[in-house]
Design a protein around this ligand. Sequence first.
Ligand SMILES: *Cc1c(COP(=O)(O)O)cnc(C)c1O
Length: 381
Amino acid sequence: MKPIFYGRHYIAEEDIQAVHDTLLSDFLAQGPRVEEFETKFAAYVGAKYAVAVMNGTAALHLSALVLGVNEKSKVITTPITFAASANCIRYCGGEVVFSDIDPQTALIDIPAVEKLVQQAPAGTYQGIIPVDFAGYPVDMEHLRKVADTYGLWIIEDACHAPGGYFVDSSGTKQLCGNGKFSDLTVFSFHPVKHITTGEGGMITTNNESLYRKLLLLRSHGITKEPDLMSRNDGGWYYEMQTLGHNYRLPEMNAALGISQLKRAEAGIKRRLEIAKRYDEAFEGVVESIKPSGSVGHAYHLYILKVSGRKKVYDTLREKGIFTQIHYIPVHTLPYYRSLGYKTGSLPHAEQYYRQCLSIPMYPSMTDEQVEYVIRTIKEVV
Ligand SMILES: *Cc1c(COP(=O)(O)O)cnc(C)c1O
């Protein structure tokens, strides 16, 4: 039997055609397809602006840069995330402060964040990086209130949650990345995420000034726009105005993204079907992380909490089911330990890590595969 992985990309014939056509076009590096992908992605999440970059990590790095993170900055994030959510602060020389999770949701615990900020002298912290972990959207309305009270910016790491939403206090659906509550939102198009460009990332925002800075920093800090330059020597003239990077997305990747985006909603629909089936099957048998009532969970991951997790993981592997652990708490990784972070400091995250198990969840899973996964897990746990 073919192994069933915890996540898997899906490439359709039309995706291949889109990349093929791009290879024969006039542009291979950033060009019209990148612009089209940005416009369509911004529309998909309901934001004003979108900036495509070469991966989600570059999206995080640029976000930290344009918000002014430096050696004096302290930024709060969750320990239950991919290391990149924290690393972007380190790239800029800033200090990462991990705040513990809410054990019910595995998301950053907003009251704990508020307590942390409240107890520190004013101006200690500059920003917060919440993560819509597993596709479960953070209550951004609540977090924004905290951020505004203490003058903090927010980079929402929505790499797991394109198409996810929460319902605000007025009953309105707020899509992840629509720019209403976060200053910047980042997405990744790594093959294991909802839609893929091979490697790729996106930043969305409603803030025009941040948007302009992102464009500049994505491409060496160079501009050719006459309005933005201090002088103009002629048609060839450009100005490098700040130290930027080359984080541009190639056209082939953007073409794949445009094509994949057409199936994004269908993908979420299928993820929700699978989640519903898992919910029913594991009810009263195995504990799972379930969203509360009105949250639009995007189900990047479906997470069980099991005891004797290593045995369960190994046995499932023998039976062709390749589960994964999301995540080893970031503060316990050797690099962060070397900076002085201590195991034992974030009890909810560490307890969660001992039990979590991400079981197969991706749109191209067949009903037979879903049933096989359910049957096997029930045998094993
Ligand atoms: C995938 C991911 C990233 C990094 O994205 P890349 O495209 O792999 O660089 C950052 N944060 C989270 C939560 C992710 O899942």
